[in-house]
Design a protein around this ligand. Sequence first.
Ligand code: SF4
Ligand code: SF4
Length: 362
Amino acid sequence: MKKYDERETLFSRIDLKKGTKEFKEFYEKNPELLETDDPLRGVSFRPKIKKDDNFKKLFFPLIENNKLFIKSLHEIVDNFQVSKKIDIEKSYTKNIKEITKYYGATDVGITKLDDLSFYSHHGGLSESIEYNNYNEEIKSVYNTAIVFLIEMDREMINRAPHFEELLATEEAYLKIAQVGARLAIYLKSLGHDAFMNSSEKYLAPLVPLAYDAGLGEIGISNHLVTLKYGDNVRIGAVFTNLELEEDHPIDFGLKEFCKHCALCLINCPTFAISHIPRIVNGRQFYKFRDDKCYEMWTKSGTDCGVCIQSCPFTQGVDFEKVSKMKDDPLMMDEILKEHLETHGRRKYTKEELSILKLNGEE
Ligand code: SF4
Ligand code: SF4
């Protein structure tokens, strides 16, 4: 068992500048990463999008200022004073979940946090909201995570790896911050301190927490795969010390199903995904080439998203059949066959969404 370290994530690594103390320290400890990281260092991917300048001028502003909103939401939460404490019974858990949904979450689960849940150090990823925290140690001062999901727009994801994919992911990140900020402020109003994680500033990796909170299983894409929305979700979390009733991991048979399916692996344009298990702090993940994945981002100019689009659970499955598929390989094959007959190997929509069409194009 080892604490996660945000400095080891790809985005943190490739942000390191040659000649700096941080660069030297990191690659002295991890020399094997230098060869894969160097070609990606300083390569910005958004301008690579295959669209003309007019498109970029008109449509990039749709999303490029989202970070300003997220930054101001962090400031509102950080500056909001914790009120006088109101005692909250554990049975209020159900209300907390309903409130999180009322604020806009698609689904919610609760899990306990321990020292291993947190990153050991920040990796400087908050620089985009002008908050450089590289090397800052993270203290595990919260013991409960309210983990929630935001479903992304499937019509947009089905156009991945094109610009619509970015519209879907950026919208979800903003919604996560909105829901998280409102929930954190609500808890602070009840006298319980709370921290809002967002795409720009977070204290822990969220996939393990969403798994622990019973929101889904981990697929070979290393994403959380939910029954109802597949991996077409983004994860948010608010940390607190409120004592709430915990949820537990679920098992609907995804590990076995992934062995039959492998559609994300087959469709991944850069072979970043593998089926080789990798146990991290007791949870099963899969070996993954983050550098290969990012290579695709630098080609498409988006976050790609083809793996999300490829997952049968993203496109919708027969829940009755899924409830019977555990330990039943024939049922798994039947679900897959139905998926392939309906959607093919990959559900991809070529036609641009109307929001991006110009001059009344049909
Ligand atoms: S986002 Fe694209 S490149 Fe990355 S793992 Fe998914 S399919 Fe592969
Ligand atoms: S696409 Fe198939 S293999 Fe990949 S995560 Fe989804 S179910 Fe598993």
